[in-house]
Design a protein around this ligand. Structure first.
Ligand code: SS9
Ligand code: ZN
Length: 343
C-alpha cells in the first residue's frame, strides 16, 4: 500500500510537555516517525511519497476561521508579547465563565483554543500541522481514485483536535479531513474507526450531528484516561447523527481478548451502517509497554486487528495517531497494515 509522509513534521518539536507536574521531553516527538519509517522499509512498504501542499479549502470548510488564524499566528504573537518560551495554555474558560469571546491577549487566546496544557506550539507547528493534514488528504485522494488502501504517516496526530480546539498533541484533525474528502469524492456513507488508546474526542465532536459519517472509538475509559471529558458509552450522536457514534470505553489492564471483542462490535456496527469507505485512526498506544496508556496489547495482536479491519473489505485510509513506546510503534503500526493486506 502507498504511504504518504512529509519531512516537515520535524518543524514541530516542542522542548517541553507538562507531565505529572514536571516539564519532560514531549512523548509526541519526531523520532516516533523514524521508527515507523524504518519498519515500513524493512517490511518492504517502499512506495513512500511526500504529499504536495495542503489543500486549504477543505481545512477552511472543516475548521473555525478564528481558530485557523490563531494557529497560524500564535507563535509570533507569543514572541511579540515578550514571552521567551513556547506557547502553552494555562487559563481556560471553565464552568460559568465566558466561552464565546476569544480574548485579544495571546496568553488568554491560547487557553481559549486549547483543551489541555501538554501541547505546546512552536515556530514550526503550523507548517508541520499543515503537512500532516496534507498527507491525510493525499492518502484520501489516492483511495478515492480507486486504490484499496493508503497510509498517511501523519505527525502531529489529529484525533483530539476539534474544529476549534487543539490539544492532546493534535492541531488539525487529519482523519476528519480524510473522511470529508471521501464524502466529497462521492462516498455516501463513511466510517471512522479510532483504535488509538485515547478517545477520539475531536473526530467525535466534528461528526456528532451528521448522519453520513459513522464514528467508533475504542479507548481507555474517560473516568481514568485522557481526554477525560468525553468518550462515554452513552454518547450516541445527535439529531441527524443520532445512532452514528459508538464508544467502547475499557478499564485499566484491558487485554486483547476484551479489546478484540470491542473491535468486532465496532466492525459489526460499521457493516450495519453500510459504510462505503473507511478511515482508521491508527494509534498504537494500546500496546502493553506504552508509557502513557493502560491497555495490554502485544505486537501480534496488532496484526490480528489489521486482519479483522481488512475483513470489512472497504477502501481504507489509515491515518497515524498516537503510540509512544518508541521502538515498538514501528512494529505495531506496520503489523496493522500487514494484517490488513493479508485479510
Ligand atoms: C494530561 C495528560 C495528557 C495527553 C495524551 C495525548 C495522546 C494523544 N496531563 N496526555 S494520542
Ligand atoms: Zn493516543
Amino acid at each position: 500500500m502507498k504511504v504518504y509522509f512529509s519531512e516537515d513534521h520535524r518543524r514541530h518539536f516542542p522542548q517541553a510537555e507538562l507531565f505529572g507536574g514536571q516539564f519532560v521531553t514531549p512523548f509526541e516527538r519526531p523520532s516516533r516517525i523514524e521508527y515507523v519509517l524504518d519498519r515500513l522499509r524493512e517490511r518492504r512498504f517502499l512506495d513512500i511519497e511526500s504529499p504536495g501542499p495542503a489543500d486549504m479549502a477543505p481545512i477552511r470548510a472543516l475548521c473555525a476561521p478564528d481558530y485557523l488564524d490563531f494557529l497560524e499566528t500564535a507563535w509570533s504573537e507569543w514572541k511579540k508579547e515578550g514571552f521567551s518560551g513556547e506557547v502553552m495554555a494555562a487559563s481556560f474558560p471553565a464552568r460559568r465563565m465566558q466561552m464565546a469571546r476569544p480574548p485579544r491577549n495571546i496568553d488568554g487566546k491560547a487557553g481559549y483554543y486549547a483543551l489541555s496544557t501538554e501541547t505546546a506550539i512552536t515556530a514550526g507547528t503550523w507548517a508541520a500541522a499543515l503537512s500532516s493534514a496534507a498527507s491525510a488528504q493525499a492518502a484520501a485522494a489516492h483511495v478515492a481514485g480507486g486504490a484499496r488502501a493508503a497510509f498517511a504517516l501523519c505527525r502531529p496526530p489529529g484525533h483530539h483536535a476539534t474544529a476549534d480546539m487543539y490539544g492532546g498533541f493534535c492541531f488539525l484533525n487529519n482523519a476528519a479531513l480524510a473522511a470529508e474528502a471521501l464524502c466529497r469524492a462521492g462516498a455516501g456513507r463513511v466510517a471512522i474507526l479510532d483504535i488509538d488508546f485515547h478517545h477520539g474526542n475531536g473526530t467525535q465532536d466534528i461528526f456528532y450531528r451528521r448522519g453520513d459519517v459513522f464514528f467508533a472509538s475504542l479507548h481507555g475509559a474517560p473516568e481514568e484516561a485522557f481526554p477525560y471529558f468525553l468518550g462515554y458509552r452513552d454518547e450516541t450522536g445527535h439529531g441527524a447523527g443520532e445512532g452514528t457514534n459508538a464508544n467502547y470505553p475499557m478499564p485499566p489492564g484491558t487485554g486483547y481478548e476484551r479489546w478484540s471483542g470491542a473491535l468486532e462490535a465496532a466492525i459489526a456496527r460499521i457493516r450495519a451502517f453500510g459504510a462505503e469507505a473507511l478511515v482508521v485512526s491508527l494509534g498504537v498506544d494500546a500496546y502493553r509497554d506504552d508509557p502513557i496508556s493502560f491497555f495490554r496489547l502485544d505486537s501480534p495482536d496488532f496484526t490480528d486487528a489489521g486482519r479483522r479491519i481488512g475483513g470489512l473489505g472497504l477502501p481504507t485510509v489509515f491515518c497515524m495517531e498516537g503510540g509512544y513506546a518508541v521502538e515498538a510503534i514501528g512494529i505495531n503500526t506496520v503489523n496493522v497494515l500487514e494484517g490488513f493486506e493479508d485479510a
